[in-house]
Design a protein around this ligand. Sequence first.
Ligand SMILES: [Zn+2]
Length: 228
Amino acid sequence: MVVPLVSEKEWANRLDGTPLWVPEGKPTIVVVPHPDDETLAVGGLIATLRAMDAEVTVVAVTDGEHAYIENEGLAEIRKKEQTRALARLGVAEQKIVRLGLTDSDVAAHEEELVARLGTLIRAETQVFAPWAGDFHPDHEACARAAVLVSRAVGATLISYFFWTWHRGTVATVDGLDLCRFPLSEETLRAKGEALAYHASQLRHEPEPEILPENLLWPARMSYELFAL
Ligand SMILES: [Zn+2]
């Protein structure tokens, strides 16, 4: 159970004045450690890019099979949830590249991740990946791999956040070139509906759910935060 160090209100005070930004409608690759990160952190961005008719490919790095101790069939459930969520955000199943790396052990497969990303990322691609300090080893491994490949080919890399909002403090993001992408009502609605598809993370018996209500406010904010 994660007890956030900083309240939603305190984060809002820190983040509300962040400079505004809008994405370019370029070919996009979103590197997603676990099913649900695509919705929680970048759901509005994905829906907006798709509405602009930009090509969006989602690299689903793990199937999130270790979210719970009792996890029989969980990978299949979470893949379906993610596919449905992405459909709601405008991404067809054919645009999901599933790597099937081991959940909670991405760092042990980082070379493979780099190699797979190397086949997908081009100089003209904009890449969205977790921030390198996002307080989860899988997120951090995805960040390292995305940075390495993006730099090697000259692609634009933009970082996103999720666990930082719950495990970091407001000082954690000091010094980052943060930007704020405001979401339309329609986009927020799509994001909310996509989140509801991740039912396995929102309720789980008898173990506590991964995403209790108190961790969901960043996914419901009227904007998404990125580091350029
Ligand atoms: Zn994650």
